[in-house]
Write a protein that binds this ligand. Structure first.
Ligand code: C5P
Length: 231
């Protein structure tokens, strides 16, 4: 990677994680002796690529300040927002004095602890000369159905269907502009969709299937298995 521009990481970690039905937000559940969030941040730090990692944390969060990693010199804390996109925007604001418009930002879910340095490097290597940027994604192996009221009303052509993962990599200025323009739009569930609304076509980079998002209780043992396999 010859480009000397700064590369920043943004980690939205201000969600509640209702689908986990746990007593604490999913990013603080324990996985192989550490919290999910510690695994995620450790993986990002180990990549040794980012100038800083800006982490969005809920202002009511009692757990974050207890973690040693929250005091790491490369880790910044920003107040989380109502929706994921608000949290990402806040984390971008936190680096506004330091990041340049054209710097790359990689946004990565706190709930994806199995991210590998190899996938981070693949994403950056594939996109660093791109005008727009793009995302890690997986092609769909399952046949996908359109369903209304419990009945199938159509089958999607899976050749064109990809599952969006993170990191998602965009230029600092363009990402902020896209998030600002789409503020409050419930259709914006990732960064790429904010760019799409402005008419851009972010690129797809095929990622590893073990980069799972912890969403349901059964995802925790699966993530543990993947972390062990990756050692
Ligand atoms: O809920 P979901 O799994 O889609 O959340 C993806 C990521 O966005 C999680 O890391 C979660 O903590 C984060 N998030 C956030 N602020 C919100 C909602 C979600 O930082 N208001």
């Amino acid at each position: 990677m010859t480009n000397t521009r700064s590369i920043w990481a943004v980690v939205p970690a201000a969600g509640v994680g209702k689908r986990m039905q746990a007593e604490r937000p999913k990013q603080y559940l324990e996985l192989a002796g550490k919290t999910v969030l510690e695994h995620t941040l450790t993986r990002l730090l180990q990549a040794e690529i980012f100038t800083a990692i800006s982490v969005a944390i809920s202002i009511e969060d009692p757990y974050w300040s207890e973690l040693t990693i929250s005091k790491n010199e490369h880790v910044l804390t920003a107040p989380g927002g109502k929706e994921r996109s608000d949290s990402v925007f806040s984390a971008l604001q936190a680096i506004s004095g330091r990041a340049s418009e054209k710097d790359w930002v990689l946004v990565h879910d706190a709930a994806r602890p199995c991210i590998t340095a190899a996938d981070i490097r693949l994403l950056i290597g594939s996109l660093q000369d791109d005008e727009i940027g793009g995302i890690l994604a997986l092609s769909s192996h399952d046949t996908l159905k359109n369903v209304e009221g419990g009945r199938i009303v159509g089958t999607l052509d899976r050749v064109h269907i990809w599952r969006a993962l993170t990191p998602q990599m965009f230029r600092y200025g363009q990402l902020k502009q896209a998030l600002e323009a789409s503020a409050g739009n419930p259709a914006v569930t990732d960064e790429a969709s904010a760019l799409e609304l402005l008419g851009f076509q972010p690129k797809i980079v095929e990622g590893r299937p073990d980069n799972i998002k912890i969403t349901r209780p059964e995802d925790l043992p699966l993530a543990q298995f993947y972390l062990e396999q990756q050692q």
